[in-house]
Design a protein around this ligand. Structure first.
Ligand code: PMT
Length: 313
């Protein structure tokens, strides 16, 4: 099947079963936040999978733990934004991320005291602070979480949510940190059952998915503030490819990062500037995350984007 573009893709592929429910929840969430006068950011996070069988046993995956997205969601919330968190099932989520890694198993933070379970003194302070922020977020309804597994479902949700948020025009932001597959198996070439071994090497042929950033910028949310990421492993390519993406899609900012240094250095590429944001050793040793710097910079740029559009109207 030739995939010409966006419309073709959404016609030829089957939407996720709960797409109407996601639509309803998104509209409800947006209405609530608008009544409170809050801005909303859509944060995408985690890797997308490309199943090899309809009844999926095997799939091709994209690298991402979901650290960038889940940490960023927390910092957006701390700065007054409401967040729609579109994340890969079982990847890191805001707040719970502090306890879900194997290095940080929550069971090691607990003790048994007769019939009670208590938090070990060593962890009390930090856990209290995270718990307080988590409870406040819930109480104030600042976070809507929607999970995906396949790249196809990711695109359906992205399309639906973006088009709903776009009605907030400049006040909406799109922070596309998910690691999105560029390839997929079109529905008519997908086998139903588990691919059997015993017939030699497995040869796969994947089609290219349409670059959805293009319609997202020009049609789905033309007034929104759009941030995409560029991930590379070859340092010689990073800046030029990030700049190329900015030019090609015409959105506001591309954040370039290298696989091995993504927690220490990122590059902000806009039409007017190219800036490196870097963590010092001291900041890293003190547990400060690069996302605090990324988010505070982006909020300033989002303010400018809103002010500029108000001045033009
Ligand atoms: O989760 P962590 O472990 O913390 O890692 C974070 C990260 C490295 C995954 C993150 O910082 C990052 O770089 N995410 C984007 C990775 C990626 O998909 O890069 P790309 O070069 O393949 O795509 C560039 C952009 O185009 C992305 O913002 C994506 O939303 C968009 N895209 C990609 C494919 C596609 N078919 N359509 C798209 O619109």
């Amino acid at each position: 099947m030739e995939i010409d573009g966006e419309d073709d893709y959404f016609v030829k592929n089957t939407p996720p079963k709960n797409i109407n429910e996601v639509e309803r929840k998104t509209k409800e969430f947006m209405k609530y936040q608008q009544e409170k006068g809050r801005r909303i950011v859509l944060v995408t996070s985690g890797g997308t999978t490309v199943p090899l069988e309809n009844q999926t046993v095997r799939f091709v995956d994209n690298f991402s733990a979901g650290t960038r997205g889940s940490a960023s969601a927390e910092y957006f919330i701390e700065n007054g934004y409401a967040v729609i968190f579109l994340y890969r099932q079982h990847s890191l989520r805001p707040y719970s991320r502090h306890y879900s890694h194997s290095k940080n198993c929550f069971l090691d933070m607990l003790d048994i005291d007769k019939d009670n379970i208590i938090v070990n003194d060593k962890y009390k302070e930090s856990m209290k602070s995270i718990l307080e922020r988590y409870k406040k977020t819930k109480a104030e309804n600042l976070l809507l979480e929607i999970d995906f597994f396949t790249v196809k479902d990711y695109f359906f949700y992205l399309n639906k949510i973006t088009k709903i948020l776009a009605t907030m025009e400049e006040k909406s932001m799109y922070y596309l940190a998910a690691a999105v597959s560029d390839f997929f198996i079109p529905p008519e070439r997908m086998v139903e059952h588990k691919i059997q071994s015993g017939e030699g090497a497995l040869k796969l042929s994947l089609d290219q998915v349409p670059k959805f950033l293009k319609p997202l910028v020009s049609e789905w949310a033309p007034k929104g503030f759009i941030v995409s990421f560029k991930l590379e492993t070859d340092p010689a390519l990073l800046i030029s490819k990030a700049r190329k993406a900015l030019k090609r899609y015409g959105h506001q900012i591309v954040i370039g990062n290298m696989l091995l240094t993504r927690k220490k250095v990122v590059h902000f590429i806009t039409n007017d500037e190219e800036r490196k944001i870097e963590m010092t050793e001291e900041e890293l040793n003190n547990g400060i995350e690069i996302e605090t710097k990324i988010i505070s910079e982006l909020i300033k740029k989002h303010d400018q984007w809103i002010n500029q559009s108000e001045a033009n109207n």
